[in-house]
Design a binder for this molecule. Sequence first.
Ligand code: FRU
Length: 602
Amino acid sequence: MSAAVMSMPALTSASGGVEVNHLGVNNTLVRVTGEGRYLSLPVQETADDAKINILVDGDIAETIYVRLAKSKTDYTVPFDMSAYKGRNVLLDVVTPQGRGSIREAKDDACWKGIALVDTFDVSNREKYRPAFHHTPLYGWMNDPNGMFYKDGLWHLYYQYNPYGSKWQNLSWGHSVSSDLVNWEHQPVAVTPDGLGYIFSGSCAVDKNNTSGFGDDAVIALYTSAATSQIQSLAHSGDNGATFVKYPGNPVITLESEARDPKVFWNDETGEWNLVLAHALDHEMLFFTSPDMKNWTLTGSFGQGLGAQGGVWECPDLFKLPVEGTDETKWVLICNINPDGPFGGSGTQYFIGDFDGKTFTADKDAAGNVPTKWLDYGKDHYATVSWSNAPDNRRTVIGWMSNWQYAADVPTMQFRSANTLPREMGLFRAADGEVYASCAPSPELTSLRGKLTLKNVKATIGKKGRTYALPTANDGICEILLDIDARKADKVELALSNNSGNKVVMEYDVKARTLSFDRTESGIVGFSESFPAVTVTPTYEADGKITLRIFVDRSSIEVFGNDGRFVMTNLVFPDKPYSSLTVTSEGGNIKLSNLNIYSLKVK
Ligand code: FRU
């Protein structure tokens, strides 16, 4: 990822250009007296949020929440002052920790560290910072949002806290890419307002100016979240760089919690459709509109169906052809948290039909609506697709984490990455059911560097064979291989290093499953929910699988049989995995086309 450098030391100790006045045990005024592009704010991860009203010439211009450092500074975050140049800026800070005395309050580490600076260091030297996945430059990220493709650029927005590495101050961060591999960071696109935080949502390109905001305007629909959740609209006349909020907001209100609107133009009905997660009712609601401002509720789907043990969030709905047939089917994506397949977050989907008003799910042979999962790893959530993608592509991306421990993973100046981009398709499996596939986007082959192992073939039994993994760029690599296990019961693939860390994958030929055990993968103790074994069905009927495995500094994505099965899991090895060991049980296997590429840092 090309890092737009705003360089400033991540840790600042000198205070400069500010005057600090303590008013009591939990209230302090910080007056900006000097010049500088950013106000550097010292953060301590374990502190509680301080509420900071930013007063500009006496009026509250913004309110932000920051874990201002108490006993020590873990890192700093930049507050951009450029919009307020030449004006009187005063921070009215209410810290959550009441102190016994003013003297104690004065000792908080943050007061010595607050300083005006011109640059901010985002060179990101952290050990577990992904080398080829999209991540924010710094700060917290959750769901991908509002993605659209236009004029050769893939726009990716995301739930973003620019003022710390935990969930807070929700805004839409923004990155663009011409190839889904190299991401350029852009300024924050949508910031909180009087209606609340900017939660998840979607964008559409309004080609026919149905909304009246201009031909080709980019329209964002998102949730404004404060005491309640309501749906708002913003429009962009500069291809998604900046958005203007619609003064008539909100455009949808309900009497119960609903969020994450997904909007799309329906060619068949000639109107806009919108799917909204009726979170606590565990269902999706459907709306229609001629102009994206006035919406009519037309249907609902989901109560009592699929996984129901968590809130339904981040929907998507689109039509895809079923591979090798003339048939098309609608796919309804319903992210759910908790109650994912291995605890916490997960992406379930339903296959069926959509008549422009409501969705009807297909039933299986037993007459039930089956629960299906897009990815059987633990770290795949909030997956939604790009709108307006070229060549009929249905390109999706997810948040590569899990609400069970997203805020506790061992990173510091940033938290979370996206999954690799994937291309969705549909296939009919041997059980007669239609399933979704998610194959790595074709652009990802441009990540390949040196081919360190080429077209290796071997017959492997219980003694096994070990192959070296690349060492360049902290061992980041892509491993491709074919396994013919028709004569065996089980095949084990282990990635390991000499610190005793390992990830063990096991293909169970009879059960037709592939498991992924990360219980000894490295650092696992930061959450009880982290050390886990995940298992995916492989759907194949012949004991043969093809795997494509992407290993980054803190994640492994396993794609099987062109994305017919996928597992995405975070791992935090003490040092990179250095070898791959393949063994079999119950008979020999044929390994072929084993190719290993070292990957490039982006
Ligand atoms: C999903 C979610 C969404 C919500 C957003 C808030 O991870 O809970 O439903 O819009 O995160 O950040």
